[in-house]
Design a protein around this ligand. Sequence first.
Ligand SMILES: CC(C)(COP(=O)(O)OP(=O)(O)OC[C@H]1O[C@@H](n2cnc3c(N)ncnc32)[C@H](O)[C@@H]1OP(=O)(O)O)[C@@H](O)C(=O)NCCC(=O)NCCS
Length: 168
Amino acid sequence: MNEQGRVRPGQHRDDAAILTLEELFPGDRMSMRSVRHFLKSPSARTWVAELEGAVVGNLILLTRRSSRVARIYSVVVAPPARGRRFAERLIRAAEAEAQALGLKQIKLEVRADNAAARALYAKLGYVEDEALPGYYEDGADGLRLCHTFGHEPAAPAPESLPSPAERR
Ligand SMILES: CC(C)(COP(=O)(O)OP(=O)(O)OC[C@H]1O[C@@H](n2cnc3c(N)ncnc32)[C@H](O)[C@@H]1OP(=O)(O)O)[C@@H](O)C(=O)NCCC(=O)NCCS
């Protein structure tokens, strides 16, 4: 394995490593039952970052059959492995999958005071969708961010364009 590490889909055998990573989050902890559920649920997709054989990061993406919007439920990288673009690579993997599924947007919630995560998402083109005052259990404010694939404003259909005369 090279020192860049790699990102791959999560597998059942990654459950303990993912749980350990999720414990890095303050507040509500994920149970082993939830981790296993995500690893096998058709409406969840997980990726892990692996460095020198160890799982050092993970991302959980949730989808709903009735919706073209996916949600990044969790992304976390172990402190010693941070700064190696693992989070970026995990998010890119999730985006590629969401696009392959024909989805149009990814949303997520982030603590307003999480500067690292906000910088990460800003770099990757996520924009604020909604302010979530007092969203977290400890009363901290949240933000809902979204990333729309090909988010450049679509060109109007030719028939809806005003004629040159109308434009004047
Ligand atoms: C946020 C987190 C996932 C970033 O993981 P990471 O693998 O270190 O991030 P990357 O190396 O992929 O960084 C990609 C970009 O994010 C931004 N970024 C990441 N960490 C940052 C930091 N501490 N300060 C400022 N910007 C940061 C930078 O723009 C960086 O791009 P650059 O390398 O060109 O500067 C990691 O710090 C973490 O696990 N934090 C705790 C859990 C968490 O907050 N998850 C997000 C909740 S929504």
